[in-house]
Write a protein that binds this ligand. Sequence first.
Ligand code: ATP
Length: 360
Amino acid sequence: MRTKNYIKIKNLSKSFGDVEVLKNINLEVEEGEFFSLLGPSGCGKTTLLRILAGFEYPSEGEVFFDDANVTSLPPNLRPSNMVFQNYAIFPHINVQRNIEFGLRKENLSKAEMGERVENALKMVQLEGYENRYSNQLSGGQRQRIALARALVKQPKVLLLDEPLGALDKKLREEMQIELRNLQKSLGITFIFVTHDQEEAMTMSDRIAVMDEGNILQVSPPREIYHNPKNKFVSQFIGNINILDADLKSIANDIISISVDGFGLMQLKNHQNIIESDQVNIAIRPEEINISKVSDSKYDCNFKGKVKNISFYGESTYFYIQLDNSEKILMVSTNESKETFSENDNCFVNFNSTNLKIIKD
Ligand code: ATP
């Protein structure tokens, strides 16, 4: 059970030369949490993880583990351990010795060491693999050995830098479930770096979305998906339609807004928008329906034409050109809508409560 904020990052910045790659980061991670840092390549995820591990030091700010200031401690004096993307297991020694390597500074007896290695192998479900060498293991098994080598030290925090990045899609998905189960059963705090939004969504308790050295939003996956704080976050997580909008006025919590393709609309101001904000309107493809005639179940019905249809098996995407706009709207459904063909006239329908007002 999560009890407290185990990791605290306060006013942390990092520059390499003139380039500031982390900008005033403030973040707290709870004990036993599966926490992901998600963002595009170069946004600073690895640098932040390396600072937590003690491989880099911040230019400004502080890092606390369990209320102890660890900002200037080297990696071996921190209660954390790191797992890298490229396995980092030695090819010239067997699995047993690879895992023991993590314990070399701990002055353990041979029996204690043996027991710790056996336990670590059990955790990653590779009991009996002690005598194998790296070239006798699959990619997934090598990554599990790298994990065992980090776990054998019994860290309070495991820092994982795209650990599944080199695996093929199917194995990666299996390992995602395995890792998540392992983390929950051990109760260790995981900080997991990835640029893969689906991976972050399926595994994490909470996600920090990063861009250009800033943290834009920290929320559980569903919250990020349904209530993205800004345009970048909304587009980085899942598919979404973004429509240009012109905010006309706000009165009594109701926003009057002119939306490309939909015209003038009145929406509730859930997001504390103010009149000077630059905003867009967004709606997820699965929140829109397609029909032959307008449907009174929905308070919004607009005419359009089916431009393209993409069939993905479990879902179908329709690309609809709205009648009064250049805008192509993405609509997805998992029902069979085989009555529609490309170039058919159609209606798109949705409830205005599904429209999100999103800041730029
Ligand atoms: P990726 O997903 O591609 O690994 P990332 O989000 O992890 O990207 P970082 O590796 O943290 O990004 O890099 C952030 C920025 O800092 C990049 O512009 C990178 O070039 C720069 N950078 C990282 N390490 C150094 C270094 N040692 N010296 C100079 N610049 C660096």
